[in-house]
Write a protein that binds this ligand. Structure first.
Ligand code: NDP
Ligand code: 8X3
Length: 252
């Protein structure tokens, strides 16, 4: 029987790259995101290319009730999740604290912290019952440092770091591995989302340097997941070679 990976935020960037890579490794997939049409296109391509089973869950991780319904009603064989990749997340805006948009703050907190918790609360008992599993939380360099105007996004990723540590402690008796993967700049839809479709501003983020690609992160995740069962990679901090810290960047 194939192993199963449940990936949140699978329609773009790091989540989509993980879906590709895990399918290539023979995993069946539960793919979760809000954009239904995109989920269908991605899952059809994966089924065709890799001959794996893929279940799509069009759901917003902020919607605790809908999430619970969709996950609880999965057929029993789909609940044998071996790997949960808590990846869905976003940044909105880059403003000083006194000028921040409160709706954007709520969206980041609700998605990056509460959404990750809701999914984990639903899936981790399945892993506990099986006495095995691996949870990979996508944090960020923003969860290790705070940079100007990063305030709330950085706070959400610091929370993810704390939650990874907490999960590792609480799930230790059940043999469940927990890995925190913390990337620097990765070129995905992330900056377009942060700057609300302002292409000029989004492109400028990656001006004069080679950022990470989503697949670089997927490969690191695969490395952690594919270690022998007695090995847990606690944390990974992965940066473009041209980026030393959140703000120290070597642009040509
Ligand atoms: P993308 O914007 O390319 O992908 C984000 C994914 O999250 C999309 O599939 C989106 O799908 C999904 N998503 C967003 N909100 C929700 C929601 N409420 N419910 C369900 N799914 C949601 O960004 P990345 O791939 O770059 O980001 C993935 C993760 O990596 C995030 O947690 C981000 O914070 C983190 N990260 C990114 C870095 C970067 O530089 N790009 C660096 C460090 C960390 P849909 O819109 O279909 O719902
Ligand atoms: C995304 C990386 O530096 O934009 O988490 O916060 S950064």
């Amino acid at each position: 029987m194939s192993k199963i990976a449940l990936i949140t935020g699978a329609t773009s960037g790091i989540g989509k790259a993980c879906a590709d890579l895990f399918a290539a490794q023979g995993y069946d997939l539960v793919l979760l995101a809000r954009r239904a049409a995109l989920l269908e296109v991605i899952s059809s391509a994966l089924r065709e290319t890799h001959h794996v089973n893929v279940k799509c869950l069009e759901v917003d991780v902020r919607d605790q009730e809908e999430l619970a319904y969709r996950l609880d009603t999965l057929p029993a064989q789909w609940k044998k999740v071996n790997v949960l990749i808590n990846n869905a997340g976003l940044s909105l805006g880059l403003d000083p604290i006194d000028k921040g948009n409160i709706m954007d703050w709520d969206t980041m907190i609700d998605t990056n912290i509460k959404g990750l918790l809701y999914v984990t609360r639903l899936v981790s008992p399945w892993m506990v019952a099986e006495k095995t599993g691996h949870i990979v939380n996508i944090g960020s360099i923003a969860g290790q440092e705070v940079y100007p105007n990063g305030n709330v996004y950085c706070a959400t990723k610091h929370a993810v770091d704390a939650l990874s540590q907490g999960m590792r402690i609480d799930l230790l008796p059940h043999g469940i591995r927990v890995t925190s993967v913390n990337p620097g700049m990765v070129e995905t839809e992330f900056s377009m989302v942060r700057f609300k479709g302002d292409e000029g501003r989004a492109r400028k983020v990656y001006d004069g340097l080679e950022p990470l690609a989503a697949n670089d992160i997927a490969e690191a995740i695969w490395f952690a997941v594919s270690r022998p069962a007695h090995v847990n990679i606690n944390d990974m901090l992965i940066m473009p070679t041209a980026q030393a810290t959140a703000t120290v960047i070597n642009r040509k």
